[in-house]
Design a protein around this ligand. Structure first.
Ligand SMILES: [Zn+2]
Ligand SMILES: [Zn+2]
Length: 216
């Protein structure tokens, strides 16, 4: 899916697998890439200043070439065949960091954005991840209103844009939902959804995305 040159049953050839921008040094809480090698125990400045609502967020990749290009193609060029290989990158993290999670929650799109795009990339990732992990998928979360695309907004604007954007339509019976998305930028969207899930009864909430960019 990255080079278009070599065949692979996983969708990612061994050459590309070797050079993927892995997110190996990250904040222990929000998962955002950090410069200094971390021991896996230190939170970033943003998490020290204000604890996120979600309990743990992880992303196996940094939002850099070629992962950024693949995620844009999935979303904007309907490359739905990219979703299963990307979801397979999530599986080991789901098993290692979120072994207690009992349900997957794709970040919902507002209904007309969903209708116009024809699919939700988070749903597509969850389809494969659900098969690989045997976890159910929770589909009772909705976007309350149309939020602007987060692209091109700074951190403060992103936060304001998604505030109270989500509603969970039924009480959550699960103990530890795992929010799944394609990319985390500031974490504002996932934080709002985590808040809605906790208000609906979830004691803990995790977040898992394919890629994480450094919050600005
Ligand atoms: Zn390749
Ligand atoms: Zn952090």
């Amino acid at each position: 899916m990255f080079c278009g040159l070599f065949e692979s049953h996983t969708g990612i050839c061994a050459h590309c697998e070797d050079v993927l921008p892995r997110n190996d040094n990250f904040c222990c809480r929000c998962g955002q890439p950090m410069d200094a090698p971390s021991t896996g125990a230190s939170p970033c400045g943003a998490c020290i200043a204000k604890q996120p609502v979600f309990d743990l967020a992880r992303a196996p990749m940094r939002y850099e070439f070629p992962v950024d290009v693949a995620l844009k193609k999935l979303k904007f060029n309907r490359k739905l065949q990219f979703a299963p290989p990307l979801a397979r990158l999530l599986e080991p993290v789901a098993r290692q960091s979120f072994s207690g999670c009992d349900v997957l929650v794709p970040v919902p799109l507002y209904r007309w954005r969903h209708a116009r795009r024809g699919f939700n990339q988070a749903d597509e990732l969850c389809k494969t991840l659900a098969k690989l992990t045997n976890l159910p998928v929770l589909l009772t979360t909705k976007r309350r209103r149309a939020t602007r695309s987060q692209s091109g907004l700074d951190a403060a604007a992103r936060l304001k844009n998604v505030r109270s954007a989500f509603v969970v339509e039924q009480p959550v019976r699960f103990r530890y939902p795992l929010i799944v998305d394609d990319v985390i930028t500031t974490g504002a969207t996932c934080n709002e959804l985590a808040d809605a899930l906790k208000q609906a009864g979830a004691p803990r909430v995790g977040v898992l995305a394919v890629a994480r960019s450094s919050a600005l």
